[in-house]
Design a protein around this ligand. Structure first.
Ligand SMILES: [Zn+2]
Length: 300
């Protein structure tokens, strides 16, 4: 029996920054109430979503899902590609009436936003201000968004939400450095990047590399959802002179177990600030073209 999507104006998309914990239970915060767990997910036009949790923060409903909505099979591999999961999550957000959403994820550090060519080490954080994705995933329909109101992608991340993430991140002593702006390149899913791919991304101006944000950001903009992303560097990107930190799997596991509550608390605090104080000014609503549904003219 499919559940009805509850109303929520706010949402959190969990990523690998918090995949090392139960969210929000392991945060142990008394200002985050777990209202309801939707283990079975919700029916969408893109298949059934994974589970969602409905939280209450600062008096408002907040929908939350883990790992970008990606479903993992018995062998630990994703069942569906990330762009399908992103469509499922976006579809649930649309049905819930979400207006503001935050996401986090760990990334490879390509280069410092302040000093191109200088490494961006683990525990650095970027509040991503732009992204690139130079490839196209398999199409999945129906399109989200409206033909009479077509999205543009100048300033794809909400200035107000970015300010909240940036301000809270600056107060986090475990973060090695915090940057805004920062450019995220979304690489194809399913494998790590080659060293020469990372070199190419660096030349193109990318600071971090991941495999999810390029699928989420366009859908959020198409739906008119204000959206911002915190990205924590878990490792140098491939080919860096510094090599990988934690060459063994256990080293990376330690990183994710340590960073999960830190990132989790930053996300909650930033969202709580947005709900309590308001997100402040942004330009998100101005990046749409009207009336493209008038074309092509019949008979053209
Ligand atoms: Zn905005």
């Amino acid at each position: 029996m499919a559940s009805t999507v509850p109303d929520a104006k706010y949402a959190l998309i969990g990523g690998s920054g918090t995949w090392g914990m139960r969210f929000p239970e392991d945060l142990g915060r008394d200002d985050v109430e777990l209202v309801e767990v939707f283990d079975e997910g919700f029916e969408t036009s893109y298949g059934r979503s994974i589970g969602f949790k409905l939280l209450r923060v600062a008096g408002e409903h907040v929908l939350r899902t883990a790992m970008h909505g990606v479903r993992y099979g018995d062998g630990g591999f994703p069942v569906e590609p990330p762009w399908v999961a992103s469509h499922q999550v976006a579809s649930v957000f649309r049905d819930a009436g979400v207006k503001w959403a935050l996401v986090e994820g760990s990334v490879g550090g390509i280069q410092s936003p302040d000093d191109p060519g200088r490494p961006l080490p683990p525990w650095s954080v970027t509040i991503t201000d732009d992204f690139m994705m130079l490839w196209s995933p398999s199409p999945c329909g129906p399109p989200l968004g409206r033909r009479d109101k077509v999205a543009r992608y100048k300033e794809p991340f909400c200035a107000g939400l970015r300010r909240a993430l940036f301000a809270r991140s600056l107060r986090e002593p475990q973060f090695a450095a915090v940057y805004d702006p920062g450019v995220y390149v979304c690489a194809p899913a399913g494998r790590f990047e080659s060293a020469v791919e990372i070199q190419a991304f660096a030349h193109l101006g990318a600071h971090t590399v991941g495999q999810t944000l390029g699928h989420e950001a366009p859908l959020m903009r198409q739906l008119g959802i204000h959206f911002a992303s915190l990205n924590i560097v878990s490792n140098h990107a491939e080919g860096a002179d510094e090599g990988w930190s934690g060459e063994d799997a256990g080293g990376m596991g330690d990183f994710y177990a340590t960073c999960a509550p830190i990132v989790g608390n930053v996300m909650v605090d930033a969202l709580k600030h947005v709900i309590s104080e308001g997100p402040g000014a942004c330009n998100c609503d101005s990046y749409f073209l009207d009336r493209l549904d008038a074309f092509p003219v019949p008979g053209a």
